[in-house]
Design a protein around this ligand. Structure first.
Ligand SMILES: [Fe+2]
Length: 240
C-alpha cells in the first residue's frame, strides 16, 4: 500500500514526436552542410524519439534568399536521399521567416508563404531591438488567417514576460528552444526560458537544430527539470 511513496517518477526519454523548427536541408542556410551531414543529424534526432521533423530553413531577404520553390525542391531531394539510405522518418518543410520590410510586403501582397499544419507561420526578428512594425505585422498575418509562431522568444534581448503575454494576446504562439533550457545560448536566455515555462507562456518546443552538436545535446535537455515542467503544458507539437 505504501508503494505510491516509493514509486520513482517515470521519465519518458522520448517526450516529443514532432519537431517544428530545424535547419536540415543541405546548403541553403546556416544549417546542415551536406546530405551526409543531414544524415547524421537526422539519425541523432531520431534517436531522441522524433518521428516527424518539420524543417524550417531561414528566409532572410538580405542573407538567405530562399523561396518556397528552393525549399520544396531541397525537401524532395532530402526525402529521396533518406529513402535511398533506408532512414524511416517523416520530414516536411516550412520556413523560418525573418521579420523585415520585404516580409511585410510579401504578407501584404498576399504572396505564397510556407507554413506548416494549419497555417502556422514561424518567424524570428531582430535580437536586440524590437521591430517597430511588429504589432502591425502580427495584425496583417492574423487577419489573413495565418497563425504566427514566434521562434525562441527567450532569445530576444528586449523580451519580458509582459511582452510575451501581450504577443500571446495578439494571437502569437510562442516556440521555446529546447536547448535554451540547458543554457546553450547564454545564462540570460536560459533565465528567460525558465520564466516563460514558469508562467506557462510556451505553445511549442523546437530543437532549432543546425548541426550535430546541437542534435547531440537534445537528450541531455530532455532530462532538464524545466523541460519536464513544460511538457505538462498543452503543447501543440504532438498534435501535428
Ligand atoms: Fe532557427
Amino acid at each position: 500500500m505504501f508503494s505510491f511513496f516509493f514509486k520513482k517518477e517515470k521519465i519518458n526519454p522520448f517526450p516529443l514526436r514532432t519537431d517544428i523548427h530545424s535547419h536540415l536541408i543541405p546548403g541553403i542556410d546556416d544549417g546542415v552542410t551536406s546530405f551526409e551531414n543531414a544524415r547524421e543529424v537526422i539519425l541523432k534526432l531520431q534517436e531522441s524519439g522524433y518521428k516527424k521533423l518539420i524543417t524550417t530553413p531561414h528566409i532572410i531577404s538580405d542573407t538567405y534568399k530562399n523561396t518556397p520553390e528552393i525549399i520544396l525542391n531541397g525537401l524532395r531531394e532530402l526525402n529521396l536521399f533518406l529513402l535511398q539510405n533506408n532512414i524511416d522518418i517523416k520530414i516536411e518543410a516550412a520556413a523560418e521567416y525573418y521579420l523585415d520590410t520585404w516580409l511585410i510586403s510579401e504578407v501584404n501582397d498576399g504572396n505564397l508563404l510556407l507554413t506548416f499544419a494549419d497555417k502556422y507561420l514561424l518567424f524570428e526578428m531582430n535580437y536586440i531591438t524590437e521591430p517597430y512594425q511588429l504589432n502591425d505585422f502580427i495584425f496583417s498575418l492574423t487577419t489573413k488567417g495565418y497563425r504566427p509562431v514566434l521562434a525562441h522568444p527567450e532569445r530576444y534581448q528586449f523580451m519580458t514576460l509582459e511582452k510575451a503575454e501581450d504577443l500571446r494576446d495578439r494571437g502569437v504562439l510562442l516556440q521555446l528552444n529546447i536547448l535554451s533550457l540547458i543554457g546553450f545560448y547564454s545564462k540570460p536566455v536560459q533565465s528567460m526560458a525558465n520564466k516563460l515555462v514558469n508562467n506557462r507562456l510556451v505553445d511549442f518546443l523546437g530543437s532549432d537544430c543546425h548541426n550535430l552538436r546541437q542534435a547531440s545535446l537534445i537528450p541531455e535537455a530532455f532530462k532538464n527539470k524545466y523541460l519536464k515542467k513544460v511538457l505538462n503544458l498543452p503543447l501543440h507539437n504532438n498534435l501535428l
